[in-house]
Design a protein around this ligand. Structure first.
Ligand code: MTE
Ligand code: MO
Length: 156
């Protein structure tokens, strides 16, 4: 895995690895983060514009419904689950001062229409596009504290 890799998980698909540069290249317009976040630093692209392009490139047709949530995972085990309806104008910060993000990289997500600033996840290493209809509209965030049996075995 590349050091700046971001894993994209999408229901119905195998995981696909990407990078901030590759994401920015397909996202369409690049803009100053300050367009959507007051005092925001550096360069960003629109999350939903990237998602739409990524779907097309990976052959996900219009018959596949939009996800219910985006689950974002960070290098420090922080996670946020963001309802799809809150993602309008969400921006992915991918460069600051013409360089890759130093401490908040590989990318940081900003959710200006989210129910909490706590959803602005730093150090994003995985994005999971999930379809959990039963949780529609519910946001959550915090440090991951549950581990799968496989993770438990690796930790012993
Ligand atoms: N990776 C990661 N992202 C994170 C956090 C964290 O602990 N780790 N804290 C969240 C919380 S609770 C808040 S309030 C904001 C704080 O963002 P700021 O440091 O830019 O003010 O970042 C969010 N993103
Ligand atoms: Mo927070």
């Amino acid at each position: 895995m590349l050091p700046n890799a971001i894993m994209i998980h999408h229901y119905g698909m195998e995981p696909i690895e990407t990078t901030p540069e590759e994401m920015a290249a397909i996202a369409g317009r690049l803009f100053p983060l300050s367009e959507v976040i007051q005092d925001g630093a550096g360069e960003a692209f629109d999350l939903l514009a990237w998602y739409s392009a990524w779907r097309n490139r990976n052959g996900i047709g219009d018959e596949v419904p939009l996800p219910s949530h985006l689950q974002v995972e960070a290098a420090d085990t922080f996670e946020a689950v963001i309802p799809w309806e809150q993602l309008g104008d969400s921006a992915v910060q991918y460069r600051v001062d013409d360089a890759p993000l130093a401490k908040n990289g590989p990318i940081r997500l900003y959710v200006p229409n989210g129910s909490s600033d706590c959803l602005n996840v730093k150090r994003v290493i995985a994005c999971r596009f999930v379809n959990k209809e039963e949780n529609r509209g519910e946001a959550s965030y915090g440090f991951k504290n549950t581990f799968s049996p496989q993770e438990m075995r690796l930790k012993r």
